[in-house]
Design a protein around this ligand. Structure first.
Ligand code: FAD
Length: 502
């Protein structure tokens, strides 16, 4: 009996010892460089480093596929973006990357945009100025009769902070800054409030006005955004073709682990110990965390906790997004045309509304999609916190059928222009996607510029030069653009932190 008891005690001790970090039953697998996260940033970084690290490079992805927010879904036999969809004509770097990877970008002709605001349908922001008699009476803000009032308001906001950067500190909350600038210009609070209401109503995105967005960082981003042009290019085969091509180029050179996310990270004598969601243990000399804030917040370990406490990390503001895609038998939207533009460019390709939670609709522009018998739309592209709450509640309470019914009702309202009334049919399919952070702005309490946050991310912990962050989520100058993921990865490579020692 005594022998049996001591055997049990020994077995129990061994069991508990094996649970301690670094004492796994099996010898941990070694990686010279571990890249955590197989989104565009992690895949691109691996693509650029595959030749120097070879199979010493381990890429870990928590889901069953690479791509992250640049993932398409198959609808009616075509690939449709659940996140990223296009490349802007001015994004030379991404256009060059497409050339390098053999991704074909299709240019699409310009089309019209339908706006539904305060119960009025229109095709240009000027159609809504009459809703604000005080603004109308004030007249144009500049001497150019061709600039629209919302563009004049954007210029006023951008130039005011450029002339006096201290305004960013005095009015750290974006909404306060906007109201201050408008009040100074219109010399009247009521007209300033009208201007703000009009300005917000003419903006496709709403999150910046509904979240605690930092003024200074936001205008740093807007300065870069102003460099984009009106035309967009669409990758043939969908946006994930970028990731697919990079994956093909490195697949046999490096080690890729799918369904193997980082669960816990600790310091180990030979570098870092990684415990994965698949229950395995790896040791890596260098670790690049190519996962944005919301994902990093779910990883355990003392070092990650330290990163999370950094004021730069706290400065990053997640922007949740809902995307609802639909598949249709017929292109019912073809009847929607700007009555004042009888040419082909009068055709609607985008509709938005801050009145409805069907607040941002996109008609497929990709030639290869339009040729298909069945046609997809992005029927909801919402960054509005109230609408996101409505869509997620509907999805969890009534399922996809409940979501579909509400979307069709909304489309009917948004597209029902008195000059081209139309009937929205029942879609063939509806899909729902919630991104806890579609992209990131800076929080109003941020004490750091976008460039300072990006620089911090390259070495978030002073004593850990071999632990790095990368991705669009740390490159706040390009929120919502994959360009930010590539720029961030290139900046890390250029910092030489990833130069091999051997
Ligand atoms: C609705 C929407 C529309 C967009 N439109 C465009 C557009 O038209 N054009 C454009 O260029 N960009 C667009 N973007 C932005 C683009 O998708 C992002 O810039 C890009 O995906 C960022 O890449 P990333 O690698 O930094 O992050 P992510 O894409 O978020 O990748 C992070 C990866 O890490 C993985 N991961 C998370 N946790 C772990 C873990 N613990 N261990 C291992 N892996 C983990 C995730 O599964 C994911 O694959 C859009 C984004 C959204 C949401």
């Amino acid at each position: 009996m005594l022998v049996r008891k001591s055997f049990l005690a020994w077995a129990f001790s061994l069991f508990f010892l094996l649970q301690l970090p670094g004492l796994s039953a099996e010898k941990p697998e070694k990686c010279e460089l571990a890249v955590i996260g197989g989104g565009p940033a992690g895949v691109y970084l691996s693509y650029r480093l595959a030749d120097s690290y070879g199979r010493g490079l381990c890429l870990f992805e928590i889901s069953d596929h690479l791509g992250g927010r640049m993932t398409d879904e198959e609808l009616g036999g075509a690939f449709v973006g659940t996140g990223a969809r296009r490349v802007n004509e001015k994004q030379d770097y991404v256009i060059e990357l497409a050339r390098e990877l053999g991704v074909t970008l299709e240019a699409v002709p310009q089309r019209s945009q339908l706006i539904f605001y305060k119960g009025v349908h229109g095709y240009a922001s000027k159609d809504f100025v009459a809703l604000y008699p005080r603004l109308k009476a004030f007249g144009p803000l500049d001497d150019d009769p061709n600039t629209a009032l919302d563009d004049e308001l954007w210029s006023l906001l951008s130039s005011s902070i450029k002339q006096d950067p201290e305004l960013g500190k005095k009015y750290p909350l974006l909404n306060d800054y906007i109201l201050h600038v408008f009040e100074a210009r219109f010399k009247d609070r009521n007209t300033a409030e009208d201007a703000f209401s009009y300005f917000r109503g003419m903006n496709r995105f709403q999150a910046e006005f509904k979240l605690p967005t930092a003024t200074a960082n936001y205008f740093e981003y807007i300065e870069k955004e102003n460099e984009t042009g009106p035309e967009n290019f669409y990758p043939k085969g969908g946006m994930h073709t970028f990731v697919k091509r990079m994956d093909e180029a490195v697949h046999d050179k490096i080690r890729i682990f799918l369904k193997e996310g980082l669960k816990q990270l600790e310091k180990a004598p030979e570098g870092y110990e990684l415990r994965t969601t698949a229950g395995n243990v790896f040791v890596a000399g260098k670790v690049v965390l190519a996962i944005p804030k919301v994902s990093l917040s779910k990883v355990g370990g003392g070092l990650i906790a330290e990163i999370r406490k950094a004021p730069q990390f706290e400065s990053i503001l997640p922007v949740p997004i809902v995307v609802i895609n639909q598949l249709w038998k017929d292109a019912w939207w073809e009847k929607a045309k700007d009555p004042n533009n009888t040419s082909a460019s009068g055709q609607v390709w985008r509709a938005w509304s801050s009145d409805s939670c069907v607040n941002h609709v996109e008609i497929p522009q990709e030639a290869y999609l339009s040729e298909r018998e069945k046609k997809p739309t992005r029927s909801v592209y919402s960054d509005d916190p109230n609408c996101n709450a409505l869509w997620t509640k509907l999805f969890y309470e009534k399922g996809i059928a409940g979501v579909e019914e509400e979307v069709v009702k909304g489309l009917q309202e948004v597209f029902n222009h008195p000059k081209h009334p139309l009937k929205v049919p029942k879609p063939l399919a509806t899909t729902f996607h919630y991104w806890p952070a579609g992209w990131y702005y800076a929080h109003k309490n941020s004490k750091y510029s976008n460039a300072e946050i990006a620089e911090w991310s390259r070495q978030p912990l002073k004593d850990h030069p071999d632990l790095m962050l990368v991705g669009e989520g740390y490159w706040l100058d390009r929120p919502g653009w994959s360009e930010g993921a590539y720029f961030s990865a290139d900046a890390l490579i250029e910092s030489r932190k990833l130069k091999r020692q051997k």
